[in-house]
Design a protein around this ligand. Structure first.
Ligand code: ZN
Length: 68
């Protein structure tokens, strides 16, 4: 089951929850119980892009001549 990250619009609490099927509609902020939460695209997107530096996006190595 996927784990989604949410951010509460009311109190800025960030939290994660496991969502199964269509259960997403009942997601509430655990802190203030607001339903005004925004789902963030998580986990995958936040990894793997910071190593090696932005100047070397054309290769996957960390020590090629163009990496500086
Ligand atoms: Zn909240």
């Amino acid at each position: 089951m996927p784990i989604y990250e949410y951010a509460c619009s009311a109190c800025s609490e960030a939290f994660e929850t496991i969502v199964s099927g269509r259960g997403e509609k009942d997601v509430r902020c655990p802190r203030c119980e607001s339903k005004d939460v925004v789902r963030k695209f998580s986990v995958f997107a936040s990894r793997g892009t910071t190593k090696g530096g932005a100047s070397c996006s054309s290769c996957s190595a960390t020590s090629c001549s163009s990496c500086g």
